[in-house]
Design a protein around this ligand. Structure first.
Ligand SMILES: [Zn+2]
Ligand SMILES: [Zn+2]
Length: 117
């Protein structure tokens, strides 16, 4: 038996999806909660999630700077202004958008690859 991290119910292991990254080989949340989570995810668009994440990271990196989500959402173009590659919001993409503050103090959204140069 294993306790689900979300609903806190004790359930049989078969009620959990397999995941090798976990010590017991199963996710910490049960199949049912997993489903709820996934459907929640789908209602928020990928772009939305990525922008939220990028802002979160930027806030940690640049404490004291205010980031306006709407403005940034609007700013996030389809293409990276540096390399011209299409920004993609897929999982672990080389071109997922990242927020940076440029030397002149303005905010830019560039791809992950350019950020690492
Ligand atoms: Zn659960
Ligand atoms: Zn780029």
């Amino acid at each position: 038996m294993k306790q689900c991290a979300i609903c806190k119910e004790q359930k049989e292991l078969k009620e959990f999806y397999k995941d090798n990254r976990h010590k017991d080989g199963h996710y910490s949340i049960c199949k049912k909660c997993h489903k709820d989570k996934v459907s929640n995810y789908k209602t928020t668009s990928l772009k939305d999630r990525y922008i939220n994440k990028a802002i979160e990271r930027a806030r940690r990196k640049y404490p004291g700077v205010t980031f306006n989500k709407e403005e940034i959402y609007f700013m996030a173009n389809e293409y990276c202004p540096r390399c011209g590659n299409k920004l993609s919001y897929g999982y672990n993409s080389k071109y997922s958008p990242t927020l940076i503050i440029q030397q002149d103090g303005s905010i830019a959204i560039i791809c992950r690859t350019c950020r690492n140069i």
